[in-house]
Design a protein around this ligand. Structure first.
Ligand code: NAD
Length: 266
């Protein structure tokens, strides 16, 4: 069946109960109820301020110290440091407890699936994580909090301190996230594709499904016979591929479809 259902959560819950290898492909929409705005939703960062996209573009970041300074200011005050997992993240932990979760591929960089308690071996952070920094020159990786402490102490564009033969590396530091114009980590992409190929049900949650190659996991799963369920409050680019589309709040719908939420009245 292909088509759109807005009230079909009971049927989707039955599909989840029958499934043995569920993959969740998550996007920014699963974390908005944790206080982290998405990019393209009605209150999204880019919807309100299209200029913010510049900071997420690799060439601008590497070439323009002013872009980096603005990026470090933003990182310091980012809501991610205060955010806690919400019932949407916890529903996927419950799915894992039930033995049905094959894996989570998240486009999010907020670390909230791991904070919720999902098994790190089952989570692919396909766009990286804000919780680490990486040096563009030597690849040195460190906890983000180390560098944010330097920013708080007055460095506005901190450089890499990794010791080489000729002293500190001095390379440009960025968060360990995938910027526009930057390739995805090959191993992460391969793991994500294996999950898409092997799942029998894919839950695509909180994503406009417009960012590739992440969105391509949906047709990969569908071609291999998996049922596709999209949960998002707005239409996505791939609704036509789905067996069911549930439109509504993720932190209510996801617990319902994994059998952990309270049914709405009526
Ligand atoms: P997006 O911003 O393009 O789309 C998010 C979608 O989720 C929108 O269609 C919106 O309507 C929907 N949505 C928002 N809150 C919802 C809710 N509570 N219930 C139901 N639907 C809701 O997100 P994307 O497709 O993931 O692409 C954005 C890119 O930006 C990603 O690749 C990601 O790397 C990055 N990003 C990450 C975070 C994060 O880590 N939390 C936040 C913003 C952007």
């Amino acid at each position: 069946m292909s088509g759109t259902q807005t009230n079909g959560w009971e049927e989707v819950r039955d599909w989840v109960q029958q499934a043995r290898r569920v993959v969740a492909l998550t996007g920014a929409g699963i974390s908005t109820d944790s206080g982290i705005p998405d990019f393209r939703g009605p209150n999204g960062v880019w919807t309100r301020n299209p200029g913010a996209e510049r900071m997420a573009t690799l060439s601008h970041y590497l070439e323009d110290p002013e872009v980096r300074r603005a990026a470090w200011r933003n990182r310091r005050s980012h809501p991610v440091w205060e955010a806690k997992p919400n019932p949407g993240h916890l529903a996927l932990v419950e799915l894992e407890r039930q033995g049905r979760l094959y894996g989570i591929v998240t486009q999010n960089i907020d670390g909230l699936h791991l904070a919720a308690g999902s098994d790190p071996d089952r989570v692919v952070e396909i766009h990286g994580t804000m919780h680490s920094t990486v040096c563009w020159s030597c690849g040195d990786r460190r906890p983000m909090e180390e560098t944010l402490a330097r920013v708080a102490a007055g460095e506005d564009d901190p450089s890499c301190l990794a010791e080489g033969e000729a002293g500190p590396c001095g390379g440009i530091l960025k968060s360990a996230t995938v910027s526009f114009g930057q390739s995805l980590d090959r191993e992460d992409l391969a793991r994500a594709q294996m999950l898409a190929l092997g799942c029998d049900l894919m839950l695509a949650v909180g994503s406009t499904l417009g960012v590739y190659p992440a969105a391509a996991l949906v047709p990969i799963a569908q071609r291999n016979g998996a049922r596709i369920v999209i949960i998002n409050q707005e239409p996505t680019d791939l609704d036509d591929l789905a067996d069911a589309v549930l439109r509504g709040p993720i932190s209510e719908l996801l617990p319902l479809v994994v059998g952990a939420g309270e049914a709405p009245p009526g």
